[in-house]
Design a protein around this ligand. Structure first.
Ligand code: DC
Length: 218
């Protein structure tokens, strides 16, 4: 069974999807981590992100391994390195690149082959797994999303103001919704869940309820 969870930045997709996968005994796939990984590898190699040919070469040459919540590139653990503000704001080069997307979509489908999986991103229901059995669109008010992201960053010791996080998030939302390939869009057959005012536990409970109902054929 494939469960897709799409939605805007900061909606709480990653933590909810990870916990949902744990409860169901499914694999968890964080596809945003893959776009971040390509960005990290390109910067590490000294590649100019706007150089499309070089960025495509990086995406095709690196070995990305996702293991639960750990991410490794060519054997090196980059779990924390791909979460910095610098990578977050630079990842649009990889996300906007059709060749990079093609490569990562292919990897995502390979990982899901024959597996029970909870996968989260922007285009999972619309592009990558249009035949998924259960599609969820997770969203929340933009201020709440920015506050959550800001708290996460503060916990990691990154010094960025809430206003700056909100401003950058608006730019990302706009980019996510308008990119020519893999744009963020609610699939017509997805169930929308608004997480405003819900605790993380309540969100996962709701998602589990949706999947269990689908498993029973409801
Ligand atoms: O969910 P996230 O913040 O880790 O995603 C990082 C970036 O990758 C974000 O700019 C959106 C983009 N992305 C995408 O274009 N398609 C996906 N399936 C997942 C993420």
């Amino acid at each position: 069974m494939i469960v897709t969870i799409d939605g805007p930045a900061g909606a709480g997709k990653s933590s909810a999807a990870r916990e949902l996968a744990r409860r169901l005994g499914f694999i968890f796939l964080d596809t945003g981590a893959m776009y971040r990984a390509v960005t990290w590898a390109a910067l590490e190699a000294g590649v100019t992100l706007a150089n499309e040919a070089e960025l495509a070469r990086i995406a095709h040459s690196i070995d990305i391994k996702l293991n639960g919540s750990r991410v490794a590139i060519d054997g090196k653990d980059v779990t924390d390195a791909i979460r910095t503000f610098r990578i977050t704001t630079a990842t649009h080069f990889a996300a906007d690149h059709p060749g990079v997307r093609e490569r990562l979509v292919q990897l995502q489908r390979e990982i899901a082959e024959g597996a029970n999986i909870v996968t989260e991103g922007r285009d999972q229901a619309t592009v990558v797994f249009p035949h998924a059995e259960c599609k969820i669109f997770l969203t929340a008010d933009e201020r709440i999303r920015a506050q959550r992201r800001h708290e996460d960053m503060q916990r990691r010791g990154e010094q960025v103001s809430l206003d700056e996080v909100l401003a950058k998030q608006r730019v990302r939302d706009q980019r996510d919704q308008t990119r020519p390939v893999g744009a963020l869009r609610k699939s017509g057959d997805a169930i929308e869940v608004h997480t405003d005012g819900m605790t993380p536990e309540e969100v996962v409970n709701r998602l589990e309820e949706i999947v269990r109902a689908r498993q029973k054929g409801e």
